[in-house]
Design a protein around this ligand. Structure first.
Ligand code: ATP
Ligand code: MG
Length: 400
């Protein structure tokens, strides 16, 4: 079966005015990027839907395989085109229905006529086509309400267009349509999921990771690079900044009492993340924090940590249960990377008894014994930046 085009339906129907234009433009560019190696693909956006054409059959099949991973698409359908005559439509209808499993499925024909000069009225046309299809596929069960197979026939002056199968899209908004943020990416389970959710909401990301060699290993770094690479398969390339954090971490251990050292560590990470954020032109900082999960994620701790900046900190997992987070991590393919045993700097330097209600004045007082500002500058300027190119999504078919 050769499909002539794909009909792509948008999500977020409530989008209005200029926001809609940004959405459509971004979606078009993201689809183009994701399919850039398929030479015959062409995209034509309209206000409420988009069409994708591919002359080459393999390009079309590849496009169908990749579209389910591009955020901003609600659903899409392969379209077959034929001459706008009853005979041609009947014949094409058999091809379209035969392209998928029909056993025991419910079925209905729906007609839309923009070309009013067509000889038959809608009701007659519907009956003719349905009867013809049922002759070849007697196992189909006609059902008017919510049929499993809806054969939609649109008759325009330039021809008849038939669709039946609806592929589910990834939903969300096109990556980049809602600005750019910096993601604090540890090697844990939560932060990659936080990054994924923000990308799904249309935010493109740079990732930042704090490494404390030789206490943290090369394998821990590799793990974070693999996580960033996985995130690059959701519609936009991710850049990863690796920050040398050993000196700061050792200063903290030597100078700040054990029970508030985690708060100070987080405050310094956040200040560094904020500087990198400004340099890369991002507007917000994203973390994988979830309320109450550990001592550093109580409201008191989050308040003490937040006090170092007025930049918005986005915590998409703040109200999520760990099991729900794990489920997403498994679906998006980050879980198996996150559970590799290599520890990150926070785990290695974690105090045994951190305060769940650190007092900001106390924390600030202990920090005041060192001048962290030059250390922060140095860490920011000595960072290593790795570009992870856009990845093809192929292994995780069960994303939806
Ligand atoms: P995760 O699974 O994301 O590591 P977690 O439950 O282990 O989260 P923490 O280790 O307390 O929680 O970290 C909280 C958040 O701080 C992380 O989600 C991440 O955004 C950030 N973070 C922690 N460690 C690092 C690190 N080494 N580099 C970058 N960000 C970090
Ligand atoms: Mg962690």
């Amino acid at each position: 079966m050769k499909w002539n085009e794909l009909l792509i339906r948008y999500g977020e129907i409530s989008l209005k005015g200029r926001n809609r234009n940004v959405f459509v433009k971004k979606l078009r560019n993201n689809i183009k990027d994701a399919l850039s190696d398929l030479p015959t693909v062409k995209i034509k956006p309209e206000r409420d839907r988009m069409f994708l054409f591919a002359d080459d059959k393999r390009d079309m099949e590849e496009a169908i395989a990749r579209l389910p991973y591009i955020f901003g698409i609600q659903s899409f359908s392969p379209v077959a085109k034929c001459e706008a005559t009853l005979e041609a439509i009947k014949e094409k209808a058999l091809d379209v229905i035969g392209a998928d499993e029909t056993a025991g499925k419910t079925f209905k024909v729906e007609i839309r006529r923009t070309d009013k000069s067509f000889p038959l009225v809608t009701g007659e046309l519907q009956q003719e086509i349905a009867a013809h299809v049922l002759k070849s596929f007697p196992e189909l069960i006609v059902q008017m309400k919510k049929p499993e197979i809806l054969l939609h026939v649109e008759i325009r002056s330039e021809g008849a267009f038939l669709t039946a199968k609806v592929h589910k899209g990834a939903g969300g908004m096109p990556v980049g349509s809602n600005g750019h943020s910096i993601l604090m990416l540890s090697g844990g389970i939560d932060s990659p999921v936080a990054g994924y959710l923000m990308m799904k909401r249309g935010v493109s990301i740079d990732a930042i990771h704090f490494a404390s060699p030789p206490f943290t290993s090369e394998l821990a770094k590799k793990k974070v690079m693999d996580l960033a690479e996985k995130l690059s398969s959701f519609g936009a390339a991710v850049r990863l900044h690796i920050i040398p954090f050993t000196e700061i971490q050792q200063t903290i251990v030597n100078q700040v009492p054990d029970n508030v050292s985690m708060t100070t560590t987080r405050r310094l990470m956040l200040q560094i993340a904020d500087q990198v954020r400004a340099e890369v032109g991002a507007l917000a900082i994203v973390t994988g924090e979830s309320l109450g999960q550990v001592a550093s994620q109580t409201l008191e701790s989050l308040t003490a940590i937040n006090a170092v900046t007025s930049t918005p900190i986005l915590r998409p997992l703040v109200a999520s249960d760990k099991l729900d987070i794990i489920e997403i991590a498994q679906k998006i393919g980050t879980y198996d990377i996150s559970i590799r045993p290599h520890e990150d700097c926070c785990t290695i330097f974690a105090p045994s008894n951190p305060k769940t209600k650190p007092r900001l004045e106390k924390v600030a007082y202990y920090e005041s014994f060192s001048d962290f500002a030059p250390m922060i500058e140095e860490a920011v300027s000595n960072r290593i930046t790795v570009e992870l190119p856009l990845q093809q999504q192929d292994e995780f078919e069960d994303l939806l």
